[in-house]
Design a protein around this ligand. Structure first.
Ligand code: C2O
Ligand code: CU
Ligand code: CU
Length: 459
């Protein structure tokens, strides 16, 4: 198939940078200015106005922060729609979390908000609006955020990969971003799969070198099942946090499941022979689909995976399981009389889903917290999916450890998003160590926007 090197760019992504600031290292004093705006997009010969540009440029900038160093971003909304910015996976003060009605007012046109926090954890994270999300995320406002640590082991190459789809028609213009049918099932899938806004890109990697491959699933719908046949690699982090016992990847048969919002860091040894390729593919009905290729260039560096030092642990609070309290959550259909989500932050016009039979109304009236957690206490959240659909369940502000599932072995690594398969019950443990109101929702955005949202209060 002809390789089509197009797709949305940063200006396009409706997000542009002002003030000539360098993204590499945020100057401590000078905030990063993020302007959310309508940008022109031009794909091939058909320029159109829209929030996202489609061109052979780049995704929203990869923000690189340093662990323990203050970060500041002033977000200016020049869109004709409400928005807010959320820093997915970062443990930060509640007021910096970017959730409309819960932690801030939605930003109207011309409004600014200064986000100001110091990342405590190193790893691969991401950022996206938390208001009018269906449209803004589907049109490209999904960027990667990497927190570096001076203790990070040295790789020959650090390669962030933003995986997502686009719902484009034959003319490369956006088509309906969701459908009622999709929202009530597994979501409405894109028509074009991309890695870093390109279709089947090829990345040069140093032959025989060690690559830190940071994969983030920022799509609004797709759950990836990833394989890289023949690769010599290890899973070294999940949702940014180091894996205690780096596992070999890919496993002989099981693909790596990466749900909406999740990230995985892999240490990959590039093939030693110049020109040799490794292919990252998604297993899907109809056969594997190529996402990208790594091509070895240069003389064989002869580096070895075994030489890599482990990632330094993040300072996470260990659950005290002996003292844990259990909280039950059921994810399923909404009651028939549930209100339709009708806030400033964009409604899909339907309500299909609920947590504990309550559908999030999405406006200022909200609902009360779904549960109140005592600061410092360990909890086991028993997450029960009573639907035949998969739900990547995400909690803001804190991370948790899967303990067990009725359907499979789970790894007890820290994550911020639990991939809850159809009819699965999973227990996860956390310490409620971050005070505030923390959003708790499915990251399939159509589910989130049609009821599968709530919040937990920690006080
Ligand atoms: Cu990635 Cu509530 O979000
Ligand atoms: Cu989040
Ligand atoms: Cu869901």
């Amino acid at each position: 198939m002809h390789r089509r090197q197009f797709l949305a760019t940063s200006g396009l992504a409706g997000l542009s940078l002002l003030g000539g600031l360098s993204l590499g290292r945020q100057a401590r004093a000078e905030p990063l200015a993020l302007t959310i705006q309508n940008a022109r997009y031009a794909l091939e010969a058909t320029p159109t106005e829209g929030m996202v540009s489609l061109s052979p440029d780049a995704p929203p900038p990869v923000l690189r922060l340093s662990r323990g160093q203050p970060f500041r971003a002033e977000v200016l909304n020049t869109l004709d729609a409400y928005t807010s910015m959320h820093w997915h996976g970062l443990r930060l003060p509640n007021v910096m979390d970017g959730v409309p009605y819960l932690t801030q007012v939605p930003l109207g046109q011309g409004d600014r908000y200064v986000y100001d926090f110091t990342p405590q954890d190193a790893g691969t994270f991401w950022y996206h609006p938390h208001c009018t999300t269906m449209e803004q995320m589907a049109k490209g406002l999904t960027g990667l955020l990497i927190v570096e640590d001076e203790r990070d082991p040295r790789f020959d190459l650090d390669l962030p990969v933003n995986l997502r789809d686009w719902r484009l028609g034959e003319d490369s213009q956006f088509i309906d971003l969701y459908t009622a049918r999709g929202a009530a099932r597994n979501g409405t899938f894109g028509t074009l799969m991309t890695a870093n806004w390109a279709s089947e890109p090829v990345y040069d990697v140093p032959a025989g070198g060690l690559v830190r491959f940071r994969l983030a699933a920022t799509d609004t719908t797709r759950v990836y099942r990833l394989q890289m046949p023949g690769a010599e690699g290890r899973v070294i982090a999940l949702d940014g946090h180091p894996v205690i016992d780096p596992v070999l990847w890919p496993g002989p048969e099981a693909p790596l499941v990466l749900g909406c919002g999740q990230r995985v860091d892999l240490a990959i040894r590039a093939p030693g022979q110049e020109g040799a390729e490794l292919v990252l593919q998604n297993d899907q009905p109809g056969g594997p689909r190529v996402l990208l290729r790594l091509r070895a260039v240069g003389a064989d560096l002869r580096h070895d995976l075994g030489d890599l030092a482990p990632l330094a642990a993040n300072p996470l609070p260990e659950p005290d399981l002996a003292q844990a309290e259990v909280l039950d959550f059921v994810f399923g259909w909404s009651p028939s009389d549930a209100p339709v989500n009708d806030g400033f932050c964009g409604s899909l016009g339907y309500t299909f889903w609920s947590i504990n039979r309550v559908a999030w109304p999405g406006d200022a009236s909200g609902t009360g917290p779904l549960a109140e957690l005592r600061l410092g206490q360990t909890y086991i959240l028993r997450l029960r999916n009573e639907s035949p659909n998969d739900h990547p369940i995400h909690l803001h502000g804190m991370v948790f450890k899967p303990l067990r599932s009725n359907r499979r072995e789970v790894s007890g690594n820290w994550v911020d998003t639990a991939m809850l398969l159809a009819e699965e019950t999973m227990e996860v443990a956390l310490v409620a160590d971050n005070p505030g109101d923390w959003a708790f929702h499915c990251h399939v955005i159509e589910h989130q926007k049609t009821g599968l949202t709530a919040y937990l209060r920690v006080a």
